[in-house]
Design a protein around this ligand. Structure first.
Ligand code: ZN
Length: 253
């Protein structure tokens, strides 16, 4: 099993990061840690060096903070991606968040920055991990514009079934499902109808724990895999095999 998206560089893990990674290592094959700022990108790179072969990094810039980012900050993010192309397994998380960002001008700024990252992924043929909330359809429409991006990942997919069906009609787009599956009826209904060949698993740790007070951690991706098996009424090992292979193919790990 692979946690394809988490943030264990957060300070929430400063006290016991080693233990958290050890618990993950006991149960999982790999963990992909997604950078969300220029500082975070450097931190996830360091983690991938400290846990070589187990942790893999992606470099990005979170859409909610990108709305206020300066051009200089974004160009540093681009430069760091180019400088570490061989170490990172994807560009992300990047994207657009229409849930948190409602102002039209700020949404345009988000999209402008997202486009910059898409162009970079296209130029360097890197997969892209997208945070697109309440604008999944818009992101699907963008995909055909970028022929050279090998794979598109909808991190924490929460769009409509109709949009999911469009994603399943593409051969290079995937939807990632998190531990939210354990308690979200919306996500449970979605996964029931989505073909596992288009599915990845993640935790988005420290977010999306079972309760709001709790801190999520990568090993909990096991719970998501079990929940998928339960909902689809198939063996855990089958869910594990298919979703792990999807992740291996996309991130080349
Ligand atoms: Zn995230």
């Amino acid at each position: 099993m692979i946690d394809t998206h988490c943030h264990i560089d957060f300070k929430d893990f400063d006290e016991d990061r080693e233990d958290v990674i050890k618990r993950a290592k006991d149960k999982l094959d790999n963990v992909v840690v997604s950078g969300y700022s220029n500082d975070s990108n450097m931190d996830v790179l360091q983690l991938s060096k400290d846990y070589e072969g187990f942790i893999y990094p992606t470099f990005g810039f979170h859409p909610v903070s990108s709305q206020n980012a300066t051009d200089e900050e974004i160009s540093i993010a681009h430069q760091n991606i180019v400088n570490h192309l061989d170490e990172i397994v994807a560009i992300g998380e990047v994207g657009m968040d229409y849930f948190y960002v409602t102002d039209k001008t700020l949404r345009e700024r988000q999209q402008e920055i997202f486009t910059g990252f898409l162009e970079l992924a296209n130029e360097y043929k890197k997969p892209i991990v997208m945070h697109v909330r309440d604008c999944e359809k818009k992101a699907v429409n963008i995909i055909p514009d970028y022929d050279d991006i090998p794979y598109f990942v909808f991190h924490c997919y929460g769009g409509s079934l109709k949009t999911a069906k469009r994603i399943m009609n593409m051969d290079n787009a995937y939807m990632s499902f998190s531990t939210m599956l354990c308690y979200s009826k919306q996500h449970q209904d979605l996964i029931e109808k989505i073909d596992l060949n288009y599915v990845l698993t993640e935790t988005d740790s420290p977010y999306l724990a079972m309760t709001k007070e709790e801190r999520n951690e990568p090993v909990n991706v096991v719970k998501a895999v079990h929940k998928i098996a339960e909902i689809k009424d198939i063996d855990v090992s089958i869910v594990d095999e298919i979703t792990t292979n999807n992740a291996r193919k996309i991130f080349k790990i």
